[in-house]
Design a protein around this ligand. Structure first.
Ligand SMILES: [Cu+2]
Length: 168
């Protein structure tokens, strides 16, 4: 008669509390992923030296469907704001400038890489980007909505070239 059904409850309750927490690092945000007919691959950011105000992040966006995609905004808790930048030839110098949106045609992959072309600029970093850590990015697409990815902080193969494009 004195079965003690409550004996195990505290342990179970603790376990239930711990599980969601344990799942947070790494798994809550996908390193890669899909949104509607878009596929996001290889998100990464370059490490920054102490005191550097800005950082750069890169990723690939593939449009598998038949409508073009427009990346219209990016946010990150790692910096005050994130701008979408493109490189443009002004006379003989490449300059980068913020754009309102990046459009990717159906069937195409936009590949961002250090050393040229479009990239994401993290302006007013709250802390240096350290190799081995990761940076959450929230991408916003017109009509398709928002998607969170984790960009790993890592040296690109073209680390020195990459630094060239980012003197703000
Ligand atoms: Cu830039």
């Amino acid at each position: 008669m004195p079965s003690r059904p409550n004996r195990r409850l505290p342990a179970l309750a603790t376990l239930a509390l711990l599980l969601p927490l344990a799942a947070l690092p790494g798994t809550a945000l996908a390193h890669e992923g899909a949104l509607d007919d878009l596929r996001i691959a290889h998100p990464f950011a370059l490490p920054t030296p102490p005191g550097a105000p800005n950082g750069a992040a890169y990723l690939d966006i593939t449009v598998n469907g038949e409508r073009p995609a427009r990346l219209i905004g990016v946010e990150s808790p790692a910096s005050d704001r994130v701008e979408i930048h493109t490189l443009r030839l002004d006379g003989e110098t490449m300059t980068m400038r913020p754009v309102e949106a990046l459009e990717i045609a159906p069937g195409e992959t936009l590949t961002m890489r250090p050393g040229g072309g479009p990239h994401l600029m993290l302006l007013e970093l709250k802390a240096p980007l350290v190799a081995g850590e990761s940076v959450p990015l929230t991408l916003e697409f017109a009509e398709r909505g928002r998607m969170a990815v984790e960009a790993w902080v890592q040296d690109a193969m073209t680390g020195s070239e990459a630094a060239d494009g980012h003197h703000h």
